[in-house]
Design a protein around this ligand. Structure first.
Ligand SMILES: [Zn+2]
Length: 133
């Protein structure tokens, strides 16, 4: 029996774990809750549906960033998308660690990472009641 290496049909979880799938159709979307070997169930932060993951991996591993750099980056902006952070070479594992440490809040459904102190203000303003005319 020969073992085939995974061909990019994986999903990176918020805890840093990786779930593998036999078909790209089975790979969940961002925010989907999937079984996790360590925690029972964890939300997906980075689904890989096709083999584009191979090229992405080369970019991500180019240079590692520290949690202090992530905090400094978000402190200046207040909020950033997961896509933008990955573009800045911040790994999802690093972002998950920063959330556990209480530095940032990760909104998986929106794909947005918010600096903790900024997350406290303005939350209610997003939900303005629009009275029916
Ligand atoms: Zn997990």
């Amino acid at each position: 029996m020969s073992r085939q290496p995974p061909r990019g049909r994986t999903a990176t979880l918020a805890c840093g774990g990786v779930a593998e799938y036999e078909a790209s159709d089975l790979v969940p979307t961002v925010g989907g809750i999937v079984p996790c070997r360590k925690h029972g169930h964890c939300p997906v932060v980075l689904p890989h549906r096709t083999d584009v993951g191979v090229r992405e991996r080369a970019v991500v591993t180019r240079q590692r960033r520290s949690q202090a750099e992530l905090v400094a980056y978000l402190e200046g902006r207040g909020t950033a998308t997961l896509r933008a952070l990955r573009g800045e070479r911040f790994s999802l594992r690093l972002i998950a660690e920063a959330e556990r440490a209480g530095h940032v809040h990760v909104d998986l459904l929106a794909g947005v990472v918010t600096f903790r102190t900024a997350a406290r203000s303005g939350r209610a303003a997003q939900y303005k009641a629009s009275p029916a005319a």
